[in-house]
Design a binder for this molecule. Structure first.
Ligand code: SF4
Length: 225
């Protein structure tokens, strides 16, 4: 981005701080496998111990919503995933999501579960993390978000241990989550054996979807892939 363009974006009232915009395959969630444009917003107020996007905590570039939409359109994919960091930490993310929906994309939002999702456009599929004790950020879960979930949304648990699994299973039952939206269980990469987690789910006939992060299997989680 030229200095002049960057200065104009920084001064704009509809600017957002962006770490990267790239085309890849969706590696997780209900949209797994679709060619998808990822819009990664900069910044996150959490510090999960397994975080694989710490490079998005700082830096980034100011971009106007118009410029973001232009770049997304240039990739020519139908699916767009707004992610971070924690995208909702930037208030203007709400406007970006609305504009992406208006433009006709299938839009998903990956959010930590720590911030209110109530203002997100209902056309967006919200992928809401529920942070387990093993994440080291369980105290950040905003439990009032669960009442806002619809069948269009998804909740995701990253499981770090058998204790995390038991805890997550209890939360799914307590809030009847499987009856309300898709529930995704993922193993924390290198912390819990993926086949062990799969076995626990099968043994319990737990009404959740096991998933492995496709982008880690394909590209070892390189940034921008
Ligand atoms: S919420 Fe996401 S981006 Fe933020 S620290 Fe946790 S894993 Fe990383």
């Amino acid at each position: 981005m030229s200095t002049v363009t960057a200065d104009a974006a920084a001064a704009s009232p509809d600017r957002l701080r962006i770490t990267e915009i790239f085309l890849s395959l969706q590696g997780e969630s209900r949209s797994i496998g679709w060619p998808t444009v990822f819009v990664r917003l900069t910044g996150c107020p959490l510090r999960c111990q397994y975080c694989d996007t710490a490079y998005a905590f700082h830096g980034g570039e100011w971009r106007t919503i118009d410029a973001i939409l232009d770049e997304v359109a240039g990739h020519g994919a139908r699916h767009v995933c707004v992610t971070g960091g924690e995208p909702l930490a930037q208030k203007r993310c709400i406007g970006l999501l609305e504009r992406l929906c208006d433009a006709g994309y299938e839009v998903s939002l990956e959010t930590s579960g720590a911030l209110d999702i109530g203002a997100v456009d209902p056309r967006v599929s919200r992928v809401l993390d529920i942070k387990t004790p093993g994440s080291a950020e369980v105290g950040r879960n905003l439990w009032s978000n669960l009442a806002l979930l619809t069948a269009h949304d998804q909740v995701k648990f990253v499981i770090c241990s058998r204790e995390d699994y038991d805890w997550a299973r209890g939360i799914v039952a307590e809030h009847d989550l499987s009856a309300r939206c898709d529930v995704l269980f993922s193993p924390s990469f290198s912390q819990v054996d993926a086949s062990a987690l799969a076995d626990w789910i099968v043994a319990d006939r737990l009404p959740v979807r096991f998933q492995l992060q496709l982008h880690k299997l394909l590209w070892n989680d390189e940034p921008g892939r």
